[in-house]
Design a protein around this ligand. Structure first.
Ligand code: SAH
Ligand code: SF4
Ligand code: F3S
Length: 471
């Protein structure tokens, strides 16, 4: 299928040595997609630049999840428009493309509202970029937000070796995209479409390719990653647990993570993988949204508070050192002070290592936006503050519990001070240690000596792999 891309590039005669700047908003899937877009444009002579001012093409990869996120796009377009006008004065064409979930949700409306935009490309159409770009270059306003019949993953360029090496040693890989769950507050089923799993072989090949380019940690991503049911070469639909076990065998992969999982799809084989796949990190992001059964029902989450607690019990039984993070929405329509207290009580009961929390934002086209009993903004803000204070306390207690204890750290890049490297613990804490640059990519055991507000500090206690790399 790569012929599809090559044909479009050749026939539209794009010149070499152009620069693309891609800016991602929103979730990790947008980060992954941004890299795939850059990789897909590479054969057309595009290299990535961090400077929007020198780019021939600026892609804004947007998020529609809350009103604030969606509105941010327009102020960003305003900033890029100034650079575009400056480029035009210098006799240079700069194209502005809007991709991602706002593109999918608003389509044509974007070019109507922001005349500087040349191209709007929906989340399922990135493989068509070279062709769409050629049309935009000749002055047409291009909008492509149809859900296509062909599979974009079949056509999108695989991660490019050189670009991958520059992107660091931790990488995302989309294994599942879209959502059929229709929580009443959420736009994702509309912006990402129906749930689709990538075939097993495609994922194994991509992970192997990343590992060859130096990636040591892979986070498998999807809107409901544990609903994965991709087709294996054996003709069977593989479960997510089976996929994890297989990927743990890819040479060079030291760590596996996944996000986001849904409480309803926590099957036994995934829970068991936490017990017996050492590469699978003991840290799970499991959004619950609310601790009140009444609100969970109105959200159409299709699980109760007790169902959620039972999943956590099974996870902790499989892997006693497992820690959890979650997402919370405060001020969902009809949420009373008593409902909110149920959420606070759930947080105390579980003891999350970290959490993301949001004020409910009514989204166009979703059922909750039409519900009576919308909560007043001041009420939402006050609840958010109380919830975040509780989460922060829990987070500090979690971090403090590591003082003097050993932690395995995957060293990722130079740290704050000369001679320092920074890496990640199994729980995604940043850990700073003195170590030689050659140790980047190694997993070392670190004794934690100090707990900072944003990172932990430690000394290398044991580094079998450092000897192996000759440091
Ligand atoms: N697929 C994931 C979540 C994807 S969206 C899941 O099922 O949990 C990421 C988070 O954004 C959600 O978990 C939710 O907490 C938050 N969110 C989604 N829609 C929102 C809205 N309308 N207002 C406020 N927060 C929202
Ligand atoms: Fe949105 Fe719910 Fe689907 Fe998550 S499961 S993406 S919150 S609809
Ligand atoms: Fe945002 Fe789309 Fe991700 S709405 S959270 S970028 S799936």
């Amino acid at each position: 299928m790569t012929g599809y891309i090559r044909a479009s590039i050749d026939s539209y005669g794009m010149s070499n040595s152009r620069k693309v700047h891609v800016k991602s908003f929103g979730c990790q899937m947008n980060v992954y997609d941004s890299n795939r877009m850059a990789d897909t444009l590479a054969p057309a002579g595009f290299t990535e630049t961090a400077e929007p001012g020198e780019a021939d093409l600026v892609i804004l990869n947007t998020c529609h999840i809350r009103e604030k996120a969606a509105e941010k796009v327009y102020s960003e377009i305003g900033r890029i428009r100034v650079l575009k006008e400056e480029a035009a004065r210098q006799g240079r064409q700069m194209l502005i493309a809007v991709a991602g979930c706002v593109a999918q949700a608003e389509g044509q409306e974007i070019v109507r509202r922001a005349g500087a935009v040349d191209l709007v490309v929906g989340s399922q159409n990135y493989h068509r970029l070279p062709e769409l770009l050629a049309r935009a270059q000749s002055g047409e306003k291009v909008v492509d937000t149809e859900f296509p019949v062909e599979d974009k993953f079949e056509v999108l360029a695989a991660p490019q070796r050189e670009a991958t090496a520059k992107r660091g040693i931790a990488s995302f890989v989309t294994v599942q995209e879209g959502c059929d769950k229709f929580c009443t507050f959420c736009v994702v089923p509309y912006t990402r479409g129906a749930e689709v799993s990538r075939p097993v072989t495609q994922i194994i090949d991509e992970v192997a390719r990343l590992a060859e380019a130096g990636v040591r940690e892979v986070t498998l991503i999807g809107q409901n990653v544990n609903a994965y049911h991709g087709l294996g070469a054996d003709g069977e639909a593989w479960t997510f647990g089976r996929l994890l076990r297989r990927l743990a065998q890819v040479p060079g992969i030291a760590r596996l993570r996944y996000t986001t999982s849904h409480p309803r799809d926590m099957m036994d084989d995934l829970i068991n993988a936490h017990a017996d796949v050492p590469a699978l990190m003991p840290y799970v992001h499991l959004p619950v949204q609310s601790g009140s059964d009444r609100i969970l029902e109105a959200m159409n989450r299709k699980h109760t508070r007790d169902d959620y607690l039972a999943v956590i019990e099974r996870l902790r039984a499989a892997r006693p050192d497992l820690a959890l993070s979650s997402d919370f929405i405060v001020g969902f329509p009809g949420e009373t002070e008593a409902d909110f207290r149920d959420t606070l009580a759930l947080i105390e009961e579980v003891g999350f290592a970290s959490a993301f929390s949001f004020m409910y934002s009514p989204r166009p086209g979703t059922p909750a936006a039409e519900m009576d009993d919308q909560v007043a903004p001041e009420e939402k803000a006050e609840r958010l503050q109380r919830l975040q204070a509780l989460v922060t306390r829990g987070q500090h207690a979690f971090n403090a519990s590591f003082a003097g204890r050993p932690l395995d750290v995957l060293l990722e890049k130079p740290g704050r001070l000369p001679g320092q490297l920074v890496g990640k613990s199994p729980y995604l804490q940043a850990v700073q240690v003195m170590a030689p640059r050659s140790a980047i990519g190694s997993v070392v055991t670190v004794t934690v000596t100090e707990i900072g507000s944003n990172s932990l500090f430690g000394e290398i206690a044991d580094a079998p792999q450092l000897a192996a790399v000759g440091a």
